[in-house]
Design a binder for this molecule. Sequence first.
Ligand SMILES: [Fe+2]
Length: 339
Amino acid sequence: MEAFTPAPERPVVVSGAEREARALSDEHFREAALLLHTRGWVVLRDAIPAGVAAAAEAAFDRIRRDCFASKEGDGWYQVARETQAVFWERNRRWRIFPKLRPPLSDPWIVANPFALALLRFSLGEDLYCKFVSSDTCLRGAEIQAPHRELGAGEQWETRALVVNVPMGPCGLDNGPLEVWYSGGHLWRNAALAAVGYGDDVQDGGNADAEALAAALPSRRITLDPGDVLVRDPGLLHRGTVNRTGAPRTMLTMAFFRAGEDHSYGDVRFSLDEPLFAALEPEVQALFAHAFAPSVHASADEQGAGAGDAPEGPGEPDQPRRPLVVEAHEARPEPPQDRR
Ligand SMILES: [Fe+2]
């Protein structure tokens, strides 16, 4: 008899009828909400129609190639020549904030109805999208330290959730996200600090976090185009290594409860007034805090209204780093360091 019981992945497989209705069944919603709240993550398989996922993947491939071709030096906040995506690269990991135009701005991608239902359940009806970024892992990227991010652990109530949408297959061989079955999103920072434990380090070594993580079971999450991952940023996790010659990309969208905020990322990397005006209504609602604050009652509380300067680079929940801008155009304002 084995002492250890491995946990199945338990993805929620969205049916054709649910896609048609743009709503999960009561049973599927309960399953997804329970897993997200207790385990800190849930995979929604086939949550995006195949044609929409394929169009988004092709569009992102063009953006990624544009960023690769446009890169000059190691500056933060570079801007791709053709697609105007804001990007930077460190340690073979690219952060690309794509401009939200069709097909990437499709509601199935940015305002996925199944993910949004879970977000509203956890964050309230007035949630907002803080940024639309992406993570691209190339061969040569080092494994990250186990970490939590976006200010996790300061309160019991869920303050933010991350939605990952793969822009191509994310398999075991090309840098899948590793998560720990640890309830890390429920860990309280006051208790961790009292025993001298910290897991802010992402791109670097953290022997303390590695040692603790080694005592906890983990899973590498594989995603195919059409799948959606919803996770708490406080979940203990890390990016792993890409053993293939092809880049692996996931969109990373951060959603916050009204009144909550974090210094990482800015929606203005992905939108301007004309692009915002062209969005579908359900997508617009997620970004109204920045572009139509008069119709978003809590925009002032969020401190994310129009005119705010984009924030500085660096990994979520890490100290700001010196800013060197080598943008080709549309140069963003210097960051406002809140620390
Ligand atoms: Fe992370």
